[in-house]
Structures are given as C-alpha cells and as structure tokens.
Ligand binder design. Structure first.
Ligand SMILES: NC(=O)c1ccc[n+]([C@@H]2O[C@H](COP(=O)([O-])OP(=O)(O)OC[C@H]3O[C@@H](n4cnc5c(N)ncnc54)[C@H](OP(=O)(O)O)[C@@H]3O)[C@@H](O)[C@H]2O)c1
Length: 357
C-alpha cells in the first residue's frame, strides 16, 4: 500500500504556507531513512525565509529542520549495519535547506533524512519534547567543535564523580555564551559542560534559574548597561580559568561586537556567531559565522558523527542531555505550522515552538 504524504508547502517566495499532498519520498539512499513524523519544531530561519527569501530555494519548497517520529523505511547501508530499523523512535535535523529537494524538508508527514544527523530517543521522552533539540544541537556543535570555529574538545557522557575531583587541579577553561536562554544557547550550555568547560552566560533575570539548571556556572543580565565591564571583571577573576572563546547565540551586530570586545579585553581569541560578523573586529580576535550543516560537510563529518552518532543518543539515555527549552505546542496538524512560524516570529523566551502531527 502506498502511503499518502502531505506537507506544509511554501508555494512561492515570501508566500504563506499551504497544506497539500507531496510525493512519498523515493530513491532512499544507502545512508538515509524515511520517518512518519510525529512532531516538528519551528526555528527563526523558517519565518526569516518567508519574510526575506534567500537560501537559493526553488519553489514550491518544504521548510523545516526539526523532526521527531518513527522510522518507516531504511536505506541499504543502514539496514546492513542495523543502526536504525523500522519502528525506531528518532529525532533528526532535516537537511532540506542545503539539498534543493523538498523530500528532505521537515514540515511533511514523511520526510527523508540523512542518518548522520539523526539519533534514537529513549521511550520515556515524547516526540513533542525531543523535537526541540535537532537544529540547536547541530548549531551548538558547529560553533563549539569545528576547527574553523572554536575548535573545542568534543563532548562525553561521562559525568564527574567525587573521585574525579583533584583539589590541586586548575579551573576548567571558561566559555562566554551570549544568549543562554535561547534554543541554540540551551544546547551550547549542555554540550559545552559535557565537554568539560565552565559556562558564563547572559539572559534575562527571569531565566537565571533555567540557564543555571542547564549547567551554566554564572548568568548575568544582558540588559544591564554595565554588562560588558561586569563580564570582563568576572572572566578576569581568579577561578575563572582561561577563556576558551565566546559563542554568540543571538547573532546581532551588537551581541557579536560586545562578545568580540570582551574577548579582546581578555587578551584575544575566538568568537563564533550564529549570524553576524563584526564589521571591525579587534586585531587579536578571530570571528566566524556558524553554519549548522557544516558539521556534516566539513572535516569529513567528524563532528556530526561524534555528536549525533554517539553523544546525543547516549546523553539522552543518561540524562546528560535534556530536551530544552520546553516545547510550546501551538496545535496539532500541518495546518498549524504557519501559526508556529507566526508565533516564533512574535518572539519566545526559553521556549521552543512545536506542532504535533
Ligand atoms: N547559523 C545557523 O546555522 C543557525 C542555526 C540556528 C539558529 N540560528 C540563528 O540563531 C539565532 C537564535 O535562534 P534560536 O532559535 O536560539 O532563538 P530563540 O530561542 O527564539 O531566541 C529567543 C531567546 O533569545 C534571547 N535573547 C534575545 N535577545 C538577546 C540578547 N540581546 N542577549 C541575550 N539573549 C537574548 C531571549 O532571552 P531572554 O528571554 O532571557 O531575554 C530568548 O530566550 C536566530 O537568529 C537564528 O536565526 C542560526
């Protein structure tokens, strides 16, 4: 029996989404799977494309990066290796934006996915919760681990125990994170802590508890007019450890520039940002712009294999990685995806917009 597929299509540049039938994915490659989608999450890029176009898309197209569901078909190599099988519950970062093929878009009932950015999820985590993670995990990993960005140590699920603590040991290196309560920032904290770094983040005071619970050592209010001076003092203070770099998870000209000035004040180093590069960075600061898909395309996929292939499934099982921020479900069914884009565009605070299917 041929299954019927439906998608929330963007029919033409800058148009509103429309639900319609979509071909069931064909030509499933050796390293691919097809899932029955149970939940999708919405990211800023979805409404930004709807507002401004870009990404060289050929319309009609299917947007959407974050999916969670059940495997219904596997490619030949996946079947031979037994990495995924029909019935497995998974999350994935759908790689539709670079593919120029709508079969890889997330906002459909049966997306086709590369297993390099997919992971099994434990039975006790529902799809509408797990789906908050994929794009943010890829984006966090790209900024933290690619050698062209911060080039930090890869994460491990091993958590520290009292026998690991050495009273003579030096404090761990510190990561400055701008935007700790954002979706990307939430994954940056969890990955960086699992890599052995101390994280100092910015957020609104209402989210201090949230950001600390994710593992940040200290959270400061980015609205404070003295935030730059304060962060420099804190990072210079004894016990902070050397600066590992700065991750700008907000990506405005202002947030990347202040991050770069702080790194300069600490003696120089690297800043990586989700969007912007400062027009005139200090001479001793290297700034890079993150591409989440680069974890697959750069360094022969080393970062994707480690993070998606090993860390994410093990860390979800052990609780080292939690699906955060909590989901904000705006409705059930593909007709609600446009409402999801509208809601994300209005702005969220420590929440991820989700549509169940
Ligand atoms: N390059 C890539 O591959 C890539 C991938 C994914 C996302 N992105 C981009 O990354 C950005 C973040 O995406 P997201 O999904 O994480 O966003 P989000 O969760 O929607 O961001 C909302 C959060 O941003 C925080 N925030 C807003 N302005 C801030 C500021 N000036 N300083 C510190 N925090 C601030 C808010 O914190 P409070 O509520 O605590 O104030 C809020 O919790 C977007 O621009 C997105 O397009 C890029």
């Amino acid at each position: 029996m041929q299954l019927v597929n439906y998608a929330a299509w963007i029919p033409s540049e800058k148009a509103r989404l429309e639900v319609g039938t979509s071909p069931f994915p064909t030509h499933v490659a050796a390293d691919e799977i097809v899932i029955k989608n149970h939940a999708v999450a919405v990211n800023p890029v979805d409404w930004k494309i709807q507002v401004s176009g870009g990404f060289g898309l050929r319309y009609p197209y299917i947007l959407g990066d974050d999916v969670a569901g059940e495997v219904v078909e596997v490619g030949a190599a996946v079947k031979a290796a037994g990495t995924f099988k029909p019935g497995d519950r998974v999350i994935a970062h759908a790689l539709g934006l670079g593919a120029n093929n709508p079969q890889y878009g997330g906002f459909q009932l049966y997306p086709k996915l590369k297993i390099v950015t997919a992971a099994k999820i434990p039975d006790d985590i529902p799809p509408w919760n797990a789906v908050v993670l994929p794009l943010s995990v890829s984006t966090a990993a790209a900024g933290l681990y690619l050698k062209t960005n911060l080039g930090l140590k890869l994460p491990s699920v091993k958590t520290s125990t009292s026998s690991d603590i050495d009273i003579d040991s030096k404090p761990p290196p510190t990561l400055l994170l701008w935007g700790g309560s954002s979706s990307v920032g939430s994954s940056v904290i969890q990955l960086a802590v699992a890599s052995g770094y101390r994280v100092i983040a910015t957020a609104s005071p209402s989210n201090y508890g949230y950001v600390k619970a994710l593992g940040a050592a200290l959270v400061l209010d980015y609205h404070n007019p003295d935030i730059e001076t304060l962060l420099i003092a804190v990072l210079r203070a004894e016990g902070s450890g050397p600066l590992a770099g700065a991750y700008d998870a907000i990506g405005s000209e202002a947030t990347v520039s202040v991050s770069a000035r702080i790194v300069h004040a600490l003696g120089g180093g690297r800043v990586t940002s989700v969007i912007s590069i400062p027009s005139q960075p200090p001479h001793d600061v290297t700034t890079t712009r993150i591409s989440s898909a680069a974890i697959v395309t750069q360094e022969e996929g080393r970062v994707a294999r480690k993070v998606w292939g090993e860390f994410v499934p093990a860390a979800l099982r052990t609780g080292v990685l939690k699906p955060r921020p909590d989901e904000l479900i705006v409705g059930r069914g593909l007709y609600f995806v446009q409402a999801g884009l509208d809601k994300q565009r209005e702005g969220v605070s420590a929440r991820k917009v989700v549509v169940t299917l």
